[in-house]
Design a binder for this molecule. Structure first.
Ligand code: MLT
Length: 263
């Protein structure tokens, strides 16, 4: 396998390029509702682009060492291949970490930023050790079952979520490959603090968080919104970590409001 990764890309609409960056360990398929609706009734409010990130969905993992910088550079390559110079990035959780890495490495290519259910701070030592425990376990067992059970137990979705959505999320997690899960855990463990980069950004931004998100809680969202010079914070009531799936209408409205602020 080569060191480069050609992600599978879903695309819909025309207008301002908007790249949706998926969470861990889900594929770009998590953005189906946003792909369909964010371009608006005439389909010309946004060119929505949702790539599978390295190792997930149908994107090859490649052989580069784990790093979110690599995932950010994959995205720059993707924009090149699509003929897009600048784009609005919207990342949820791990997707947000990749968006922040992109902002650090390719700032001139960022037209706006949506940070959803994510955080700009680094992991604690305990969180890093836990990621390594999971990475080693899934590789050793050749199965992501352990991650699946632990993730679902973490209340990714708010209590009372419809069983259909819970099943869909379980299914998407179950499809992740052990190698991609281990790579991404190690890449996330190594990420730096991004609060200073956020403070230096001059593009419009939106921060979105589910009120009941316990993985990347409201306190983290507030920190990012305060660091950014031009950010609007949307807190979605009664929703957990996967806000784009749990409350797509409110999520999409916040994204569409951000698109109107982008020049
Ligand atoms: C995600 O949803 O992408 C993950 O919870 C991110 C993380 O593990 O920090």
């Amino acid at each position: 396998m080569t060191s480069s990764s050609a992600p599978t890309v879903r695309e819909n609409g025309t207008g301002t390029p908007l790249v949706l960056l998926h969470a861990f360990p889900l594929p770009a398929r998590m953005w189906e509702v946003q792909l369909e609706r964010v371009p608006g009734p005439a389909g010309d409010d946004a060119r929505v682009i949702a790539p599978d990130q390295r190792g997930f969905g149908t994107a090859p993992l490649g052989d580069l060492p784990p790093s979110l910088d690599t995932a950010a550079d994959d995205l720059a390559d993707l924009l090149d291949s699509l003929g897009v110079e600048r784009a609005v990035l919207a990342g949820l959780s791990m997707g947000g970490y990749v968006a922040m890495a992109f902002a650090r490495r390719h700032p001139g290519r960022l037209a706006g930023l949506v940070l959803a259910d994510t955080k700009a701070t680094t992991d604690t030592d305990a969180a890093r050790a836990n990621r390594e425990r999971i990475a080693a376990a899934v590789l050793e067992r050749g199965s992501v079952d352990l991650l699946l059970e632990e993730r679902m137990a973490e209340n990714l979705l708010a209590p009372g979520t419809e069983p259909e959505l819970t099943d869909t999320v379980r299914q998407m997690i179950a499809e992740a490959s052990p190698a991609a899960v281990a790579w991404a855990q190690r890449a996330m463990a190594a990420r730096p603090d991004s609060l200073d980069e956020l403070a230096a950004l001059e593009v419009p931004a939106a921060v979105i968080v589910g009120e009941l998100d316990t993985v990347t809680p409201l306190s983290e969202a507030r920190m990012m919104a305060e660091a950014l010079s031009d950010a609007e914070l949307t807190v979605i009531p009664a929703v957990g970590h996967l806000s784009s799936l749990e409350a797509p209408e409110t999520f999409n409205a916040a994204v569409r409001a951000l698109l109107k602020r982008v020049k």
